[in-house]
Design a protein. Sequence first.
Length: 424
Amino acid sequence: MPKRRVQSAVIAAVAAAAALGACNDDPATVAPTTSSLPATTTTRPDDGVFLIGLVVPSVGSGVEIGRSVDDAVALAVQQINDAGGVNGQQVQVVRREEGDTVAASQVAVQSLVQLGADVIVGPTSSLTLLGALPLAVDAGILTCSPTATALALDDFPDNGLFVRTSPSDSLQATALAQLVEESGSGTAAVVYLDDPYGRPFAAAVERALRRNGTTVAESVPFTATGASLRAAADRVAAADPDVVVVVADGGSGPLVIDAIDAISDGRGPSFVVNDAVRRPAATAEPFDRLLAARIEGVSPLAHTTSTTFLDALTALSPSATGLYAHQAYDCVTVMALGAMAADSNRPAAIAAAIPAVTNGGTACASFPACVTSLEAGRNIDYDGPAGVLAIGPSGDPTAAVFEHFGFDSSGRDEARGVVIVGDD
């Protein structure tokens, strides 16, 4: 493969984007950047080997996700190597156990640092990722998470060495506000679990609602106690909104929805809920038929409908479930394309090139297809199996596909289509 020809178009796009950012002094239009590189960050050598460290759980509550991510990474690596590898080098993968604790994920990442991994896929949990990411950043290793959506990662001091292919909860907040707008509701109350997860998520929802012109009539924190639930229901009833946006988990979400519905005597508002409320905890009573009809929400797209991708995945691993598989496949593919664009396996160079290969060029959904376009001298826009992926300078997706869900008459969740947000 004529390497220089393949990379010339994308390198030009990267350079143009950098020049635009450097020349623009207007703080309202300059693209967001991460914090400056600290003295503890290691400058990693370019050793000519593209080594991927994979941190996934094979024990604990995340086993199903771990197996699915493992399958998808294997597919991406197979396709990359069959297409000639990354900058002429075959991709290698080293797996380490994430477990279900921060300590276990830290041990896994430290092991990969010592092995000299160029990039890491995982950990899968936002909690374990937040605990382990500083180790990778300090070592100068690029990390991509296919599943961590926590808002706490939006402004994490990652020095440009963290990307994710699942949308942040800040984008989910935009999708929730879009559902409210599409319902025709003019006023909304935001009811949220009063904890480190719920507070920033609710604030993001309120900002998104106001951007869309929806009046936020009330913002109500609550805890899963009887007194707090009754107080929250009273405040919502007094505000009399058209719709209530609920940000909670699978245990507390149904409780506060039932409390609000009970005080309204079944004639209350409709509800828009976040992804965690989609699958109520086993201890929660199913929503009754009339209430279920008034509840809808969004959740990250856990499965893609791309038959091309799913056929390739099951051909490689017949037992593959596809759960978050396309996001894991995206992680490997965008990092490999970034390395091709940068003509380097250095993590910082790869990270800097990723926005250019996921925005503004010829659409492609796999490494081989993208390389074909690059060989033809075209810029590329890798959109992945889901058909929508755009990673901005901060390393976060700027566009995403969410699944729109509701509940049937038995209280069971059901898919109702998709909600696309952002600018791809």
